[in-house]
Design a protein around this ligand. Structure first.
Ligand code: 0RA
Length: 634
């Protein structure tokens, strides 16, 4: 049969053409991030089928040609003719934009924000794509190239299974990066498995001699997620609190457990999307937690009459939480569209958590005592910190200057034009001070290792001069007094030596920002300076190389004969101010790397492993990421 070239077909072509023309609009970017996004789109469809209750296993395979296949054991995408479009429903799914949830179904799509653009986008951006549907005893197969049907839906065999198989090869005309990273996919699917209890996700890598396979399957869902996040920390009680409830078709799940540490670690999800900017579900949880713990503590006389109520920060000290809600029509707000806006959700989460938590506290008096005690200790420390803070404030007023003496400030007053360099060591600090452009560049030298914030409470942190200097220089305050509008520099640039110590200081600083000024990272204010690693001089001309590969390129370009100098910089201190300006600080010639949080859960695991109090995870992490850590050191 010859397909008729009617209006529908024209619309299809125009739709997918638009995707190929502006891929970034649909998948964010055509970099490695966009490449991985294609896999999430296809897997999310299978997860929807699991959430609907029809599928409990998904296998994702990375093939040697960097194509990806995704198999699920659901009902199989419908193959019947779509009443409006006149083509098989499965073809609609792969060729019509946003056809995902159009036909019937109901339920919750694990989609929103950038996600959920649908299988047709993946198809449009793939050199080829094959779909096989296993249903009604038959295997149905259809093939596409760059979104066009090249082999219509045909029965190719018999089967006694049901499910869907999709394999696609990303189009090298579209993507800058064509190689999949096992660890990025692994991280993502482990998270998906935690959030979809009962669903087994296998990830298989067939690219190397040594095949890799990881299986994720959690009957305990987000309770196991919390236990996993606390695994490298020391929990202060054994059970994980868990509750689930549905109100007005909104499904709420919350799990938490406290650890010995001081940082609050809350991850929230809406339809499996990590809402890094929080929102109404998070607000509802916080309110319920503070209120219920105080109510319980009063009722059981665990707080003295003279004690003030525990604050939200007190009861959240050292807590690890997963909040996961499913809602049919999420409203995403905020800078990165990862903040839940639906106002009705706040009261719903509040009531589900309050009711269940009160029961939990009453049934587990031992645990309740530990939680209240932890909060009481936090309250005391908070008082002490406040006193310390008041003291520093009064002192600075006496000195008639709020800014630290070590800071060489810039003269410009518009924060958008100002930068601050955090420089390792006084000697490099000195060079940077003479090198800088005084108008827009401020320099703050940091002496030695800064405090590991992973292991200290705020009062102890504020006792550290390096930390205090940074806080006052940035101008935004800390914790309860945090106000990002007062930020004095819109570029905060970490400039450390290109060695292991430098890498360590950089990690300590990043941990500090991640724990206390996360929004400075998410809003893109934090940068890492890139000082060169080598200087090559030939015929009085200087060449700088920032890594070994660049050095090779330079040596090949200029020839190895007649080189008068070749130096490997061990630290910033070896550069004179002119060189430092030229290579690392001059806005016209320098390279800055902006720090971003690709994945908050992964970032937390990394910081806990590197900075936490257990040695074994750190060793494991460094062993596993030896390659990356060396790269970091460069
Ligand atoms: C039956 C009906 C619908 C979808 C599916 C099965 C189905 C879709 C996918 C995608 C990947 N694997 C799948 N397995 C089954 C339509 C229901 C709707 O669109 O809401």
């Amino acid at each position: 049969m010859v397909a008729t070239y009617d209006e529908n077909q024209i619309q299809i072509l125009e739709g997918l053409q638009a995707v190929r023309k502006r891929p970034g609009m649909y998948i964010g970017s055509t970099s490695s991030k966009g490449l991985h996004h294609l896999v999430y789109e296809i897997v999310d469809n299978a997860v929807d089928e699991a959430l609907a209750g029809y599928c409990n296993a998904v296998t994702v395979t990375i093939h040697p040609d960097n194509s990806i296949s995704v198999v699920d054991n659901g009902r199989g995408i419908p193959v019947g003719i779509h009443p409006q479009k006149g083509i098989p429903a499965v073809e609609v799914v792969f060729t019509i934009l946003h056809a995902g949830g159009k036909f019937g179904g109901g339920g919750y799509k694990v989609s929103g924000g950038l996600h959920g653009v649908g299988a047709s986008v993946v198809n449009a951006l793939s050199e080829w794509l094959i779909v096989r549907v296993f249903s009604d005893g038959k295997i149905h197969e259809e093939k596409f190239s760059r979104g066009n049907v090249i082999k219509p839906l045909t029965i190719v065999g018999d089967t006694d299974k049901t499910g869907t198989f999709v394999q696609f090869k990303p189009d090298n005309q579209i993507f800058e990066e064509m190689v999949y990273e096992f660890n990025i996919l692994r991280q993502r699917f482990q998270e998906t498995a935690f959030l979809t209890k009962g669903l087994k996700i296998d990830l298989i890598d067939l690219r190397e001699e040594q095949k890799k396979k990881k299986s994720f399957h959690y009957e305990g869902g987000i309770s196991e997620f919390v236990a996993h996040l606390n695994k490298n920390k020391t929990a202060i009680y054994d059970s994980v609190f868990y509750c689930e409830g549905t109100r007005d078709d909104i499904v709420v799940e919350v799990a938490f457990q406290h650890n010995e540490g001081y940082v609050e670690n809350i991850f929230s999800f809406v339809n499996n999307i990590n809402t890094t900017e929080g929102g109404t579900h998070l607000a509802g949880f916080r309110n319920a937690l503070t209120k219920t713990i105080n109510d319980y503590a009063r009722k059981m006389n665990l707080l003295k009459d003279t004690d003030k109520n525990l604050s939200g920060e007190d009861v959240r000290e050292g807590i690890t939480v997963i909040i996961s809600i499913k809602i049919a029509e999420p409203q995403f707000e905020g800078q990165t569209k990862t903040k839940l806006g639906n106002s009705e959700v706040r009261a719903i989460v509040d009531s589900v958590v309050s009711e269940n938590l009160m029961v939990f506290l009453e049934q587990n008096p031992q645990i309740s005592k530990i939680i209240v005690h932890k909060g009481t200790m936090a309250a005391r420390a908070r008082d002490a910190a406040k006193k310390a803070r008041d003291l520093t404030r009064r002192k600075s007023v006496l000195e008639n200057s709020t800014l630290p003496g070590k800071l060489a400030d810039c003269s410009e007053r518009d924060p958008a034009k100002c930068e601050i360099y955090l420089v390792e060591g006084d000697s490099a600090g000195g060079s940077a001070k003479s090198a800088r452009s005084r108008q827009t560049q401020a320099i703050l030298p940091l002496r030695g290792k800064i405090l590991n914030v992973e292991k200290a409470r705020l009062d102890k942190m504020l006792a550290s001069e390096e930390i205090r200097n940074m806080i006052t220089a940035f101008g935004v305050g800390i914790n309860e007094e945090l106000n990002y509008e007062k930020l004095r520099y819109h570029k905060i640039i970490l400039m450390t030596d290109a060695d292991v110590d430098g890498a360590h200081i950089r990690t300590l600083l990043l941990t500090f920002f991640y724990r206390f000024y996360r929004d400075l990272i998410t809003q893109g204010y934090i940068y890492i300076a890139q000082p060169p690693l080598y200087l090559v001089e030939k015929n009085k001309k200087k060449y700088y190389a920032y890594n070994d590969r660049e050095l090779d390129t330079i040596l090949n370009d200029i020839g190895r004969n007649g080189i008068s100098r070749m130096q490997r910089y061990k630290g910033l201190g070896e550069m004179n101010p002119d060189q430092l300006w030229e290579t690392t600080m001059n806005p016209a010639t320098r390279t800055l790397v902006r720090v971003n949080i690709q994945d908050a859960v992964a970032a937390d695991e990394i910081f806990t492993a590197l900075m936490g109090d257990k040695v074994e995870p750190r060793r494991e992490f460094i062993k596993e990421y030896a390659q990356k850590v060396t790269n970091l050191d460069i």
